[in-house]
Design a binder for this molecule. Structure first.
Ligand code: ADE
Length: 225
């Protein structure tokens, strides 16, 4: 998968891709991530990428010209499965969307700022609008990172134990069961006996029951899906 991220803050984005699973995915050649600084595409003096909104009102709006030029440049080099705009009024990201998008070859993620982008950008170029939750961030960058991480870990070969993505919370609309590690007894707080039994079928059944219980208590809405 290739992810092209269009942003006014490329430096804010770099470090999460330089550690842990996203770094490994890049090193293994399973993912390429490229940052594109919108200021490199503006034809305005002073390199500005935003302007006052027509009709008046507080807050600047990101101009269409640099975004158009950047997207046109990228599209001239390859085809994209999706051109995504991160915005609080987009479709809320969930695991099903991440599963579907993790098979894409090329995506563009546009990060909004200020009051957002000129509506004509959304009308003309954007194929999908995604929110990472019902709250407003200062920009789309953190959302782009969340989306990238959610997709990258699902790409086959990225996680060393491939089944571990399948047992994540939200796969099958269930939250993950509790997990334990050594010691089996810490200050008298004990690990459930079944996990020490060595009985694979019983352990599997316990995990399924706990996942169901946990989901019923915390997110009963998931069980209705
Ligand atoms: N930009 C600002 N708020 C956002 C959100 N909640 N999700 C995605 N992008 C955003």
């Amino acid at each position: 998968m290739r992810i092209d991220i269009i942003t006014v803050l490329p430096d804010l984005l770099r470090s999460p891709f330089e550690g842990s699973i996203m770094k490994r995915a890049i090193e293994k050649g399973l993912v390429e991530v490229h940052f594109h600084n919108l200021r490199d595409y503006t034809k305005q003096k002073q390199k500005s990428v935003d302007d006052y909104q027509f009709g008046g009102g507080a807050g600047m709006v990101m101009m269409i010209q640099p975004i158009d030029d950047c997207i046109a440049h990228l599209k001239s080099e390859r085809q994209y499965d999706e051109i995504i705009y991160m915005t609080p009024d987009g479709e809320t990201l969930n695991q099903q969307m991440a599963n579907r998008m993790s098979s894409y070859e090329n995506i563009i993620i546009l990060c909004g700022h200020y009051k957002g982008v000129d509506q004509r950008v959304r009308d003309q170029f954007i194929t999908k609008e995604i929110s990472i939750g019902d709250y407003v961030l200062s920009g789309g960058e953190l959302g782009a990172l969340v989306l990238s991480d959610a997709l990258i870990r699902l790409i086959p070969g990225v996680l060393s134990d491939e089944t571990s993505a399948l047992t994540d919370s939200f796969q099958d609309n269930l939250l993950a069961p509790p997990v334990y590690t050594r010691p089996a007894d810490y200050n008298g707080w004990k690990v459930p006996d079944v996990l020490l039994s060595g009985h694979a079928a019983k352990i599997e059944k316990w995990r399924e029951d706990m996942a169901y219980e946990h989901t019923k208590n915390r997110r009963p809405d998931l069980l209705d899906k």
